[in-house]
Design a protein around this ligand. Structure first.
Ligand code: ADP
Length: 244
């Protein structure tokens, strides 16, 4: 479904991603963990070309992008159509209702008929438990509700892969559960997902594979059971000790 080879990203002289390889099969959930500054967010942003990788390859179904050379805009658009991104800080439009936020992508970018988009948008908001909040503005919603609108919005383009960038880290603790629940449901329904998170219980329960990153590299990867109970690398052990 999603394949990344030898992905590099530099900001000036700073090497942030130093040769990342990753394959995510259809319906699988990969959770990326690691210390702050290890490049997790940059990796996700590169997957959606919100940051342009310095070199390497990304393939998602019909999109095959080879960075380093010239990358066609059309290919970037094809890739973006297949990836739904959920941000740490929701990034909702404040002057639009929940429903308007959800249908913005399909209507403006994909030119979907507005009535059809609305119908589907309402279904998606119902799916994330916000069927009674379709006409609410972001400031009338809690952080957890706003993030669930963010998930519905990302789903509205019918992505092949959902990318979650620390989706619960801006939330008050009591609101984390409602967002993780929606993410678990999506995973159970067979959505392919790449999730950057500090929620280790989510990783243990939902991930098919956990990637531990440090200093722009994947230090260790494996089944959550393996990573959390028998980490092979010292750096992984140190990180897990710090957070537990
Ligand atoms: P993580 O998500 O693991 O905390 P990030 O991907 O956010 O790590 O950041 C990795 C490194 O890249 C950090 O040193 C950060 O300061 C740097 N970085 C991230 N974005 C930029 C940017 N736009 N310009 C310059 N440096 C950046």
């Amino acid at each position: 479904m999603l394949s990344i080879q030898n992905l590099h990203k530099q900001f000036g002289n700073l090497v942030v991603l130093d040769g990342i390889d990753l394959n995510v099969d259809k319906g699988k959930v990969v959770v990326v963990i690691g210390p702050s500054g290890s490049g997790k967010t940059t990796l996700l942003r590169c997957l959606n070309v919100l940051e342009t990788p310095t070199k390497g390859n990304i393939s998602i179904q019909k999109a095959h992008l080879n960075f380093g050379g010239k990358v066609a805009k059309k290919d970037i658009q094809t890739l973006r159509k297949q990836t739904g991104m959920v941000f740490q800080t929701y990034n909702l439009f404040p002057h639009m209702t929940a429903l308007e936020n959800v249908i913005e992508g399909p209507v403006t970018v994909q030119k979907v008929n507005k009535e059809k988009a609305k119908e589907k948008g309402i279904q998606l908001l119902q799916k994330v438990g916000l069927g009674d909040k379709v006409d609410f503005y972001p400031h009338q919603l809690s952080g957890g509700q706003q993030q669930r609108v963010g998930i519905a919005r990302a789903l509205a383009i019918d992505p092949e892969v959902m990318l979650f960038d620390e989706p619960t880290s801006a939330l008050d603790p009591e609101l984390v559960g409602e967002v993780l629940r929606v993410m678990k449901e999506l995973a159970n329904e067979g959505m392919t997902m790449v999730v950057v998170t500090h929620e280790m219980s989510f990783a243990k329960e939902v991930a098919d594979e956990v990637l531990f990153m440090d200093k722009g590299q994947v230090v260790e990867r494996g089944h959550p059971e393996e990573i959390f109970t028998h980490p092979k690398q010292e750096r992984t052990r140190q990180f897990l000790n710090l957070i537990s």
